[in-house]
Ligand binder design. Structure first.
Ligand SMILES: NC(=O)c1ccc[n+]([C@@H]2O[C@H](COP(=O)([O-])OP(=O)(O)OC[C@H]3O[C@@H](n4cnc5c(N)ncnc54)[C@H](O)[C@@H]3O)[C@@H](O)[C@H]2O)c1
Length: 369
């Protein structure tokens, strides 16, 4: 079996991805890790028996590694992606693509001439209950899908040193502007499930607990999809409430999926003909629709009866890593392609122009991919 020689760059989030590769994603062979923090890189490599360690992306890119997983801070993604594609590597970039529209365009140009593949690590697209819904949609059980919604509500106020001691890049990306640039975890899985990307974005925002931060407390984005559907997102990093970051709902002409909104809730689905009127059933009643790709986990690894949506947000990442390997091995379009990833990222970036214009619709450009 062909395995793709892979390196992981940036070992915080990247450390988790590296362990997913070692434990589950066997079509990738983890041959190297890289971090500018030498102590962190050495420790990770020693503890996980990684054959090679690098302290600079440039040095790593001179090697015969075939693919790089970039888990560096978001403002660096564009430069790192462009360097890696330019060196002939395949790239799996963490979310989001970039922090400016200019950098989105630069990535698009690099992808157009690259030999290697570009895919974004939007792990929530492979969120286990959503993968059941995606397969049910494929066989028409929910009818035509015309609406989706998602919430991503977190409370950074509970983290020590907030907001002064936030990492500078995170403070800048999450709180340095109005609108909401970090929406791929909400928008991406909906577009992935509904099968369409974004034409226009509108955004309204409210709440000013921290006048020293540019960001409002909460944003609501209304997005029109290219096929005429619509999506509603609420995103916030400062909501005084329990976290909620895996809530999704999709509505079709024949049925609806609605995820849990708290620990006593469950993954609900209603399908005309399979459910009584007004009846929600548990999405795991339809586990026969789980993609076979979940078989990379050992039997009994998941206890779906306990899934109330309050944890396990990252469980689909190994499937995404395998999908990345497979698009290289089979020379196919990456499932979370540059075209889709840039569309979702740009919709978030352009929400700033919408909110500053009083909620005006802003067109998401075509990146020509
Ligand atoms: N998909 C998810 O669920 C998820 C979860 C967390 C973070 N992320 C994403 O992962 C990325 C990294 O986030 P994080 O929380 O790990 O950030 P972080 O700042 O905590 O860690 C970044 C790591 O990269 C290293 N680094 C920085 N510049 C580097 C360079 N030029 N070369 C090599 N190493 C470098 C740092 O030393 C550090 O170890 C971001 O894009 C973030 O949005 C995704």
């Amino acid at each position: 079996m062909r395995r793709i020689k892979t390196a992981v760059v940036g070992l915080n989030r990247g450390g988790i991805l590296a362990k997913h590769i070692l434990n589950f994603a066997h079509s990738l062979e983890l041959v190297a890790v890289c971090d500018i923090d030498r102590a962190k890189a050495d420790k990770f490599a020693a503890e996980n028996k990684i054959p090679a360690v690098y302290y600079s992306l440039d040095e790593l890119l001179k090697t015969d590694v075939e693919a790089v997983v970039l888990a560096t801070p978001i403002p660096d993604h564009a430069n790192h992606v462009i360097a890696a594609l330019g060196a002939g590597k395949h790239v799996l970039s963490e979310v989001t693509c970039a922090t400016t529209m200019e950098d989105c365009l630069r990535i698009a140009e690099a992808v157009k001439t690259a030999k290697g593949k570009y895919m974004m690590e939007e792990n929530y697209c492979y969120y286990r209950p959503l993968t059941i819904v995606q397969n049910m949609i494929k066989v028409g059980l929910l009818g035509d899908i015309y609406y989706g919604e998602s919430d991503y509500l977190m409370d950074f106020q509970l983290r020590s040193g907030f907001p002064e001691q936030l990492q500078p890049w995170r403070k800048d990306v999450y709180f340095g502007r109005r609108g909401h640039p970090y929406i791929t975890h909400t928008l991406g899985p909906l577009c992935f499930t509904m099968g369409s990307d974004i034409k226009t974005v509108t955004c309204m925002a409210a709440g000013r607990t921290y006048p020293e931060l540019a960001a409002d407390n909460t944003c609501v984005l209304m997005l029109q999809t290219k096929d005429g559907g619509m999506i509603r997102l609420r995103n916030s990093f400062v909501s005084s409430r329990p976290d909620l970051y895996t809530y999704y709902s999709v509505q079709g002409t024949k049925g609806c999926y609605q995820g849990p909104q708290g620990p006593t809730d469950f993954h609900k689905i209603h399908i005309r003909g399979l459910c009584k009127p007004n009846e929600w059933r548990n999405v795991y009643d339809f586990r026969g629709f789980l993609p076979k790709e979940w078989d990379i986990f050992p039997e009994g690894y998941f206890d779906d009866t306990k899934d109330n949506g309050t944890e396990k947000y990252d469980i689909g990442a190994p499937l995404l890593l395998e999908a990345f390997a497979n698009c290289i091995i089979n020379n196919t379009e990456p499932p979370v392609s540059a075209a889709r990833a840039l569309n979702w990222t740009a919709a978030g970036l352009l929400s700033e122009a919408s909110v500053n214009g009083g909620g005006i619709p802003v067109e998401v450009p075509d990146f020509g991919l």
